[in-house]
Ligand binder design. Sequence first.
Ligand code: UT7
Length: 328
Amino acid sequence: MPRAVISGTGAYVPTRVLTNKELESVIDTTADWILSRTGISERRIALPDEATSDLSYFAAKQALENAKLLSTDIDAIIVATVTPDMLFPSTACIIQAKLGAKNAVAFDLSAACTGFVYGLQLAVQAIESGSWRHVLVVGAETLSRIVDWQDRNTCVLFGDGAGAAVVSADGKGPRILGVHLGADGTEGHVLTLPAGGSRLPASLETVNGRRHFVRMNGQEVYKFAVRIVDEACSQLLDKLGLNYEDVDFYIPHQANLRIIEGFAKRLKVPLAKIAVNLDRYGNMSGASIPVALHEFSERQPRAGDKVMLVGFGGGLTWGSCLLEWQVD
Ligand code: UT7
């Protein structure tokens, strides 16, 4: 059976930096509140002519280069996003055209902040079954387009960016040892974008009611996140017959530094063993994990390092994935 490896990663964030200080003149907030309650100092905001597929394209190109592959080598493109360029065609098809990946099937996946981990699971299964050899998995968002810039509870939290990974059958790169996914649709109401779909199509009423923006019950999502990060990791470790002591580094979804610090404290793991990039980028939903994974890969991990990715978010959804770096 072929074994799934991550043969290349890439990341791209827009050039425009929006600092906490600047937000003080947009909304009733303070730079100190944002930093102390979330850990975020600044975030990136897409330029007016940049859409999700544009950010994705740069991340995908870099992942292909790092994997030493041509776009025509790719069998499938999966884009995890809640901010597609449009409802259809899929952002994955738009990227397929931009890359000239003419041999690839292409589709989008909606699992919010867990989307990239969901995409990895699909890639692993297709590779292990022999259906595909190279799958491009992208997590990309332009959340600045769907946050309500009049709602201080949400607009200070999010940022734009894209990360990508090529998952290949065998070859060099970290092996994917396992993936564990979950969902609980009964609690989906705590994090939604109510209008613009078939339930509440766009109308003057939905626009005037500001219903095309993210709505979040922050405290409920926070409680869910704290519980599920531990569960998602321990259930995957149980499945693989491993323990927390076997994990060398964690790449969690970047929603709030307090969630990450709590996790570190419970596990008695130093913060240095956990990826943190939300200070620079905020919460990029589906892009948070692949961007952090790319940054971690650039630091040239040691052979044998085991790295846990763990995501949680809208749906509600969650997922974990364990990687092991290989000896070259
Ligand atoms: O990626 C998807 C997953 N998302 C998450 O995991 C987000 C999870 N939730 C969180 O990270 C936190 O709940 C938030 C950062 C969203 C909020 O932090 P909190 O400590 O739970 O604050 P809170 O909602 O309890 O609000 C505390 C106070 C409120 O004022 P009152 O009612 O106590 O007077 C808010 O109105 O802080 C106020 N507040 C703000 N003040 C200044 C809320 N947002 C702001 C703001 N600036 N931007």
